[in-house]
Design a protein around this ligand. Sequence first.
Ligand SMILES: [Zn+2]
Length: 187
Amino acid sequence: MTNPCAEPLSLATLLAYWLGELDDDAGQQAEEHFFGCAHCSENLDELATLAGTIRSAFASGVLTTVISAAFLERMKQRGMKLREYPVSPGGRAYCTITAADDAVIARLKAPLADVARLDVLRLDETGNVNARHVDVPFDAAAGEVLICPSALAVRTMPAYCETMRLVIVDATSERVLGDYVFDHQPG
Ligand SMILES: [Zn+2]
């Protein structure tokens, strides 16, 4: 028996989260809630087992999501076929996605002890910042940030090269923790 939640996430929020439709702030709030709330995590699990259509909708989302270790475990428990790319700071992954994969996960390894706020920047080959994920969830003990791009978007991408940059942010400054290069080839 789980303690009921004082402010349970609505079904609409759970579904939007599962489909990857929440904006960065709302998605992150939900993520943090799941971390601390077994009740809502169970509701999310139930939702996810409802129908394969939900999973395929997730797979056809367009957002890139920063996910928690707990959520990655849930994806595996649910039987999703994942292609994982662990990369060290300064490292490079040669990545792809095949028809057999439900999702790809970038595992950015980094020393994260004592880090309060971490942002993820995504840069194109010319160094332009195309996106910034602010104050992302991370597992300090495991020393990694988990990033799940839209499988559909990845599937339709031609060969490209993208850099993900981890930046530690505090009240007065920013410090680059590492660059991670993803060299993508179509599956
Ligand atoms: Zn809750």
